[in-house]
Design a protein around this ligand. Structure first.
Ligand code: BES
Ligand code: MN
Ligand code: ZN
Length: 491
């Protein structure tokens, strides 16, 4: 599995290093020894996301990374610069990052340090399990006189970066090897080592609990399903005066491979469908980071795991199942399987009576039509809670955009034979009818939000920030959300 490089902060540059990174802004502040005349001639303007390599002292390579306009820097500027630096430095074993200490006039060192380390970890990531070995970035020293504040931010950022890398590994692992049982084992081991409570349910326990949706989707597979529950209990104080702490539930779609089932996808359509566990991966990876981040809220996670296969006993279009909350569903398209397993998971999560539930799911192609591959769709039933999520996403540098849950579309889910059918009337507004379907499995009045990450969980292009494959989208937003979470106001 991918190792995140060591990242430490030091006031003095270490003597042994392979490359030196400098972060440059367009105002040319803090740039000792940089030949701006040369950079002007080659047209390097220090714009965000750009870099050049130039010779340094002796054998050293200098990597100059752009921060953009000094007046416009945000934590995300450092996240992006970190990713560019680590990606450019990937072929070196050790790099120094000269931190522009003057930027502490503009931003909190803690926030900058965290974002920089998140970026460094992300840029250094590669999914190399099935690659013959290559040189990897192992050691990063951030050279700065900002001290404790910057370094505590950097350490937090590294923990977050590790969680993102874990989520990306889970998403990138092929459907044939990341079976529900194998994935559950990997996660359970990591979660136990982190000090979380782990409850792993096998097919018998799942049936006994009445999770009809998970069983229905699993019917076409030779691989048994799993249902993972993780719990995090803050040690010591919690934020509420009654000592209970706010309780947030996380739910993630864990389809280890989505062939569509009998409503089979095309070959092209299923090419990337190992990514259909992206929501579950983000939830599980974020959970494993909570102890190290010393989060003060109570957090529980619920992830149903199965593949969606067209085997001989696969559910047939027209079949009806009963979900964990007792509602019956007519399955007219077996490729709309995510909402079936989430129906059970949301209802199981609700049984614990958390203060709010958020689910993450690679749920619909329709959300990609609406928002593309860089913005996730947010739907919810509580303004305060959705606001907390938008704020967290903004801080984390992940884009979300709120979409409606229109009451007038609800009738598209009416079934002549069951309480609901699993698809809307036509393909228009497909992200919204999917959201409306999920809302049927959350009790009236319980704050809930749904993030459709079908577009954002996977990257087809090799950008500095992400690189091809699983992105780990949602991990950073979730971690910021749980840190700041407070019981949502009604409405
Ligand atoms: N996992 C897919 C959604 C998806 C599509 C994610 C493309 C990432 C990229 C989901 O299970 C699915 O197949 N949804 C269908 C729903 C439809 C049948 C109502 C879709 O979006 O086509
Ligand atoms: Mn599907
Ligand atoms: Zn799916």
């Amino acid at each position: 599995m991918a190792d995140v490089p060591k990242i430490k902060v030091s006031a003095k540059p270490p003597i042994r290093t392979d490359a030196l990174v400098m972060l440059l802004d367009t105002d040319r502040v803090d740039t000792d020894g940089v030949d701006w005349g040369y950079l002007d001639r080659i047209g390097f303007e220090a714009k965000p996301g750009t870099h050049v390599m130039v010779p340094g002292d002796g054998n050293l390579v200098r990597i100059l990374v752009g921060l953009g306009d000094r007046a416009e820097v945000t934590p995300d500027t450092f996240r992006r610069a970190g990713a560019v630096a680590a990606k450019a430095g990937a072929k070196f074993g050790r790099i120094n990052v000269d931190f522009p200490d003057a930027s502490s006039e503009l931003l909190d060192p803690r926030a900058m340090g965290q974002a920089l380390a998140e970026g460094l970890a992300s840029g250094a990531y590669s999914y190399d399990r099935y690659k013959s070995s290559e040189v990897k970035l192992r050691d990063i020293v951030v050279v700065s006189k900002l001290g404790r504040e910057l370094s505590s931010g950097v350490q937090r950022g590294r923990v977050v970066g590790e969680a993102v890398a874990f989520a990306r590994d889970l998403v990138n692992e092929p459907g044939g090897s990341a079976t529900p049982a194998a994935l559950a084992k990997t996660v359970a081991e990591r979660a136990m080592a982190a000090g979380l409570g782990v409850k792993l349910m096998d097919e018998k326990a799942i049936a006994k609990a009445g999770m009809g949706g998970l069983i229905a989707v699993n019917k076409g597979s030779t691989q048994p399903p799993r249902f993972i529950q993780l719990t995090y209990q803050p040690s010591g104080g919690s934020q509420n005066s009654d000592g209970s702490g706010a309780h947030l539930a996380l739910v993630g779609k864990g389809i280890t491979f989505d062939s569509g089932g009998l409503s089979l996808k095309s070959g092209d359509g299923m090419m990337t469908m190992k990514m259909d566990k992206g929501g579950g991966a983000a939830v599980l990876a974020a959970m494993c980071a909570l102890p190290a981040l010393k989060v003060r809220q109570r957090v529980s996670a619920y992830v149903p795991l199965t593949d969606n296969m067209p085997g001989p006993d696969a559910q047939r279009p027209g079949d009806v199942f009963t979900a964990h909350n007792g509602k019956t569903v007519e399955v007219l398209n077996t490729d709309a399987e995510g909402r079936l397993v989430l129906a059970d998971a949301l209802s199981v999560a609700a049984d614990a009576e958390p203060d709010a539930i958020i689910d993450l799911a690679t749920l619909t192609g329709a959300v990609m039509v609406a928002l593309g591959q860089r913005i996730a769709g947010l739907m919810g039933n509580n303004t305060d809670f959705s606001g907390q999520i938008s704020d967290a996403a903004k801080w984390a540098g992940e884009s979300v955009w709120e979409l409606p849950l229109p009451e007038e579309y609800r009738s598209a889910l009416d079934s002549p034979v069951a309480d609901l059918k699993n698809i809307g009337g036509d393909r228009y507004g497909g992200a919204l009818t999917a959201g409306l379907f999920l809302s049927e499995f959350v009790p009236e009045g319980m704050p809930w939000a749904h993030l459709d990450i079908a577009g954002t969980a996977w990257s087809d292009s090799d950008t500095a920030e992400a690189g091809k494959g699983g992105t780990g989208f949602g991990v950073r937003t979730l971690l910021r959300l749980v840190e700041r979470f407070s019981v949502p106001a009604a409405g």
